[in-house]
Ligand binder design. Structure first.
Ligand code: SF4
Length: 393
């Protein structure tokens, strides 16, 4: 348990993120913790790098909406101070808190308080001895050996409230390190690709590493380490778990067609506008933005709600059933209003407000006009196939 959040043992995979404020500035840090929790973080880590940070934690912990982990590097005394501040978990880096007597002291104090510790091995700050031993480079074996050595120190004082991470900035090395670790320990694992960088590459690297392992059944809690607003980290973590079906959907799942020659609107712009408006609204529905009424309602029939464009107006549909016709420039506003209504009252109540027969007739009319104007091969696929056949023949 990290505070009231269970980790491992079949518990839901949790999302973590880290504040970038000075922890000593407890008001700014608390504000960011609330933002992260809103975006999907179940647990938040704050650096504890100076005595003022530990004092800040003493003010933050009682007011935080989620459990707090203190991030400790170099100074074991900061771990003791953070425990005194009441944090729910410590993160220790074995690469820079190296003296066994210091490690044992912190572990004994955590044991007495019932506070867990994450052994946070990081490829970039591996213990120098291990670095040398493994050929002067970061290897999965070196990171696993570092974690096991730390577990050994903890065991000497009877402490086993442990979770472990072996993060590297190289995705293949990180994946292999976690695979090896999962073979030799049953402790919960915290997954992440360290220093993944700014989006979109950072998002891709993190997703590649974390999703691969989760699909193999490895991992109990995750963090995206992005060079970006940490709210993006929390949101990405949550979205990954929802996409993999590992957590209940909390926010809108926006789907959109890729657009093609039939599109009657700028699908990318409308989808981005909708993404921004729905953002952190807690509406667990799938909402579709489709470029044309010819194919859109059919292709997105499983969405809870969607809109398809047709001749400068939008055709709103609910579970594939036409519901309303709206002006093109009101499409996103109307989607939000319907999404909120459906979330609160259900789809049947939403449909009962409108004349669905009329909406279906209007959609069919636009569909026919578009088909007449564009033909049924607007992307020219059939004509191309004919040309290919005539050349080959
Ligand atoms: S046919 Fe219509 S719904 Fe399908 S990709 Fe093209 S514009 Fe989008």
């Amino acid at each position: 348990m990290v505070g009231d959040v269970p980790i491992g043992g079949g518990a839901p995979i949790s999302v973590q993120s880290m504040t970038v404020t000075r922890t000593a500035d407890h008001e700014a840090t608390l504000q960011q913790i609330y933002d992260l929790a809103m975006a999907g973080a179940d647990i938040v880590r704050c650096t504890c790098n100076e005595i003022e940070a530990a004092e800040g934690l003493a003010r933050i912990v009682p007011r935080s909406p989620v459990p707090i982990v203190a991030d400790i590097h170099h100074q074991y005394r900061m771990a003791l101070a953070a425990l005194e501040a009441g944090v729910h978990c410590l993160r220790l880096n074995p690469g820079n808190i190296r003296k066994p007597e210091h490690i044992r002291l912190v572990a004994a104090e955590a044991r007495d308080r019932g506070v867990p510790i994450r052994i946070g091995v990081n490829g970039g700050s591996l213990h120098p001895d291990l670095y040398e031993k493994h050929g002067g480079r970061v290897t999965p074996e070196a990171m696993v050996e570092s974690a096991l050595a730390e577990i050994g120190y903890f065991a000497e004082v009877g402490f086993d409230l442990i979770k472990i991470s072996v993060k590297a900035s190289s995705v293949p090395i990180m994946i292999e390190a976690y695979r090896q670790l999962a073979e030799v320990t049953d402790h919960p694992l915290h997954l992440g690709v360290t220093e993944a960088g700014p989006p979109p590459a950072g998002l891709l690297k993190s997703t590649a590493g974390i999703a691969t392992l989760l699909a193999e059944g490895i991992g109990d809690t995750i963090r995206y380490s992005l060079t970006a607003d940490p709210v993006e980290e929390a949101r990405a973590g949550r979205q990954l778990l929802e996409a993999l079906g590992l957590r209940e959907r909390k926010n809108v799942d926006l789907i959109a067609c890729p657009s093609c020659g039939r599109a009657e609107i700028d699908v990318v712009a409308v989808a981005e506008e909708a993404m921004a408006v729905f953002a952190d609204r807690e509406i667990p529905l799938q909402v579709a933005i489709m470029g044309c009424v010819v194919n859109g309602p059919g292709e997105a029939r499983d969405a809870d709600l969607g809109i398809a464009a047709g001749r400068r107006r939008g055709h709103l549909f609910v579970k594939g059933q036409n519901a309303a016709v709206v002006d093109e420039d009101e499409m996103v506003d109307v989607l939000v209003e319907w999404a909120e209504f459906i979330h609160e009252h259900g789809a049947d109540a939403a449909l009962a407000r409108v004349d669905t027969d009329r909406a279906a007739r209007e959609a069919e009319r636009d569909r026919r006009v578009l088909l007449a104007e564009q033909g049924d091969d607007v992307n020219d696929g059939g004509a191309r196939i004919e040309r290919i056949r005539s050349r080959i023949a």
